[in-house]
Design a protein around this ligand. Structure first.
Ligand code: 5GP
Length: 118
């Protein structure tokens, strides 16, 4: 499987501030924020897309959700945020290393399900 920028970031090969880190994932700020708070939860295991995850990843996927909630609370946006996973090019995914977006700090338009502002 080809490496991605997130592989390099999670391995510490590209200096990036980790807002949170444990043995399974890291949390970083998005380089092109689409909302006042926009952070990425990235598993250290390089699963390319959500559909590539399997039963062995069940605990990891649950862990990422729990971390998302905790980090959102720590960032002061626990009362209202959007959690996004883009899957595949047609789903808007650009980095093929699974990650969760936390978006908060602006009104999330009803019916707007993408992470962008378009
Ligand atoms: P996707 O479109 O794959 O769901 O999301 C990829 C996200 O990663 C985008 O929001 C993009 O701005 C962000 N991103 C891409 N490269 C980098 C990088 O090198 N550093 C950081 N912090 N974010 C990145």
């Amino acid at each position: 499987m080809s490496d991605t920028i997130f592989g390099k970031i999670t391995r510490g090969e590209i200096p990036t501030e980790f807002l949170y880190e444990d043995d399974q994932c890291v949390v970083i700020r998005d380089i092109q924020p689409q909302a006042p708070t926009h952070v990425l939860i990235i598993p250290k295991k390089p699963i390319p897309k959500l559909v590539d995850a399997d039963d062995a990843d069940q605990a990891l996927l649950g862990h990422l959700m729990l971390v998302a909630g905790r980090v959102a609370t720590q960032l002061g946006v626990g009362d209202g945020f959007r959690l996004v996973v883009n899957n595949g090019e047609a789903g808007g995914q650009t980095v093929f290393h699974l990650h969760l977006h936390i978006l908060a700090g602006r009104t999330m338009a009803e019916g707007e399900l993408s992470q962008g502002m378009q």
